[in-house]
Design a binder for this molecule. Structure first.
Ligand SMILES: Nc1ncnc2c1ncn2[C@@H]1O[C@H](COP(=O)(O)OP(=O)(O)OP(=O)(O)O)[C@@H](O)[C@H]1O
Ligand SMILES: [Mg+2]
Length: 55
């Protein structure tokens, strides 16, 4: 759903975040502490949820 206000949970809806997702998964697997910073509604929670599912 394109106009859903909730964070994205499926990778085919998470547009344009391939690089960030790969990097976040890599850092989580390496047991690094990671902070995801950005403006409101930019997609932080969506990115983190997806990375936690895939890591
Ligand atoms: N990569 C993406 N492609 C398309 N829509 C996205 C993407 N990432 C997030 N969205 C959509 O943008 C909105 C905000 O996403 P999300 O809640 O993940 O952002 P956030 O940065 O955590 O927001 P907040 O600052 O309010 O916590 C939601 O409607 C979500 O579905
Ligand atoms: Mg959020």
């Amino acid at each position: 759903m394109l106009f859903d206000l909730n964070p994205k949970t499926s990778s085919k809806e998470l547009f344009g975040r391939e690089r960030e997702l790969e990097e976040l998964i890599r850092l989580v697997r390496a047991r690094r502490w990671v902070a995801v910073l950005g403006p409101r509604m930019v997609g932080k929670t969506s990115l983190v949820k997806m990375a936690m599912r895939k890591a």
